[in-house]
Design a protein around this ligand. Structure first.
Ligand SMILES: [Zn+2]
Length: 169
């Protein structure tokens, strides 16, 4: 797995100057260190981990959010046991998001179990924008209000994106 710290530093806890700077600046979170350690330990059991990149780990909206390399989220989503076991260790649900993708892809990862009907940008009078996402309501298992709010928080934390989510009837 490609990680933000040297593997030696991560495993030993004796950080070199480069790694120390990343930790002290907050670029690498304590959750990141914990998750990276666990995942490195699982590389034999889940071999796809050897080929993925872990960019960031953060907690938002009650989720443990893993920000991974482009093309890597599908690999994690194909291993539900891994994400479940990892989530259990933090008592959180795991959400895998790819870095460096377009808004549309980000939203599809965020609402992975839902069908997105439309996405549009709303310009507010103060010049800021809101991203409006319409999800298909019929024939779908809808997310609870609480879960939707949690995902809105994730979008804000991960991408600084203000979301307004609605269901189409
Ligand atoms: Zn290092």
């Amino acid at each position: 797995m490609q990680i933000q710290l040297c593997e030696f530093c991560l495993k030993s806890g004796m950080l070199c100057n480069k790694c120390k700077t990343k930790v002290e600046s907050g670029e690498v979170s304590t959750e990141y260190i914990e998750v990276a350690k666990i995942l490195l330990g699982w590389e034999n059991q889940f071999q796809f981990l050897q080929k993925v990149r872990l960019d960031n780990v953060l907690e938002a909206g009650g989720f443990l959010v893993l920000v991974v390399g482009k093309g890597d989220s599908a690999k994690f989503n194909a291993a539900p046991k891994l994400t479940r076991d990892l989530g259990d260790q933090f008592n959180k649900r795991v959400l895998v998001i790819e870095s460096g993708v377009k808004d549309r892809q980000f939203l599809e990862d965020l609402f992975a179990t839902q069908h997105i009907v439309t996405i549009n940008i709303i310009w507010l009078p103060d010049g800021s924008t809101e991203t409006r996402v319409v999800l298909q309501g019929r024939g779908n298992r809808r997310l609870s209000k609480k879960r939707l709010q949690a995902l809105v928080n994730v979008a804000k934390t991960v991408r600084n994106m203000d979301l307004r989510v609605e269901y189409a009837y």
